[in-house]
Ligand binder design. Structure first.
Ligand code: GTP
Ligand code: MG
Length: 370
């Protein structure tokens, strides 16, 4: 009989492997990413996933992309999506800036870098890494609650002179709950008060055993300020990404997730989206949350106009009718009629929710108690 590894199925569904492992666990089949499952289980999982996790198939009007499994031959390696987390002032922004500065290829150095909340850097071997710019723990868990698991790897920044702090622990818990592999960046090692070994020991209390202590969580000492060992951190990310075997089908109608959005005075509603699978192109008709639209322009993280964006590439989209929410699915559909139909359906679902959630008044508070 046909079998498939969990990771391979995840790639073909454009979902995260960890989410499939969790779903399987709930279904009573504890397996790991690299283990194989049979075809029946795979089919059951696809159905379960579409219905229970994404909850988008409330009607056949809506789009259930989870059930849309790409052919194995269509998959190509894609860059990992990395989120940097950590306690206030431990150096997340400095580290991101240092990495961006260090990894930007010389040709791009002169360009004005536009902040779009997500960016890609190229490694010496030409492979790429996508970083999500400091979304904060709330944004991370909010997106996760909405089923938008876009992060493949979390880099946890811990200042070596300060050790584990409340927000570090929060980040650890969020990361564990999301099932995302973690890399520990022990920052500020340039400081005389730096005690990296203490950080490693403190991590043990949270069941994180780093490589230096014989475990399997990579730990890297860095200084964002002095740009020390950024290569080491990028290598660790590269290594972790290779283990994950991240792939996606670039040749299909695109499916993406809204990372952030805003209303620009001059240009109107803008959304930064991260492509999950397929290639997003100028002219594509899409549904984003309960909005429909047509891509009028795409801007990359360097502020350049691009014609298309493939898997794991963040781009800013112009052509929305209104501002979508972070975590909203952004899906390319065949034509404008279909886009309007799906958008209208989703809007009706939202309206229904709004009217059924009665406002709290003294009257209904007492009524519900009675
Ligand atoms: P929030 O966004 O406020 O949570 O902070 P953050 O984690 O982004 O920290 P940020 O990068 O703003 O750095 C906080 C302070 O630490 C700044 O004054 C940085 O200059 C300093 N800092 C960051 N990295 C290093 C480092 O490697 N060594 C030293 N000595 N200072 C650093
Ligand atoms: Mg910051």
């Amino acid at each position: 009989p046909e079998t498939i590894t969990v990771q391979e199925l995840a790639n073909r569904m454009a979902e995260r492997g960890a989410d499939l492992v969790k779903a399987l666990f709930k279904m009573g089949s504890p397996v790991t990413l690299t283990q194989t499952i049979d075809q029946d289980t795979a089919e059951l999982l696809v159905t379960e996933f579409g219905h229970n996790i994404k909850r988008v198939s409330e009607s056949d009007v809506d789009i259930d992309t989870s059930a849309d499994v790409d052919a194995a031959e269509s998959l190509q390696p894609r860059p990992p999506v990395v989120t940097i987390m950590g306690h206030v002032d431990h150096g997340k922004t400095s580290l991101l800036d240092a990495i961006r500065g260090a990894a930007v290829v010389s040709g791009e150095a002169g360009g004005i870098t536009q902040h779009i909340g997500a960016y890609q850097v190229s490694l010496p071997d030409k492979s790429k890494v996508t970083f999500l710019d400091t979304p904060g723990h709330e944004a991370f868990s909010e997106m996760r609650a909405r089923g938008a698991n876009v992060t493949d790897i979390v880099v946890l920044v811990v200042a070596a002179d300060d050790g584990l702090k409340p927000q570090t622990v929060e980040a650890i818990n969020h990361t564990k709950a999301a099932g995302v592999p973690m890399i520990i960046a022990i920052n500020k090692i340039d400081k005389p008060e730096a005690r990296p070994q203490r950080v490693r020991e403190e991590l043990l209390q949270h069941e994180i055993v780093v490589e230096q202590l014989g475990g399997d969580v990579q730990d890297v000492e860095v200084s964002a300020l002095q740009k020390t060992n950024l290569d080491g951190l990028l290598n660790a990310i590269h290594l972790q990404a290779e283990i994950l075997e991240l792939k996606a089908n670039p040749d299909r109608a695109s499916e993406a997730t809204v990372i952030e959005s805003k209303l620009d005075k001059g240009r109107g509603p803008l959304a930064t989206v991260l492509v999950q699978r397929g290639t997003l192109r100028v002219g594509d008709v899409f549904v984003a949350g309960a909005q429909s639209g047509k891509v009028r322009a795409l801007t990359d993280d360097k502020g350049r106009q691009v014609k298309e964006a493939g898997p794991a590439m963040p781009v800013e989209v112009l052509g929305l009718s209104a501002v979508p929410s972070a975590g909203d699915p952004f899906t390319v559909v065949e034509n404008e009629a279909r886009a309007r139909e799906v958008a209208a359906y989703r809007q009706s679902v939202l309206d229904r929710k709004r009217t059924t959630a009665a406002p709290v008044s003294l009257e209904n508070m007492f009524a519900s108690k009675a």
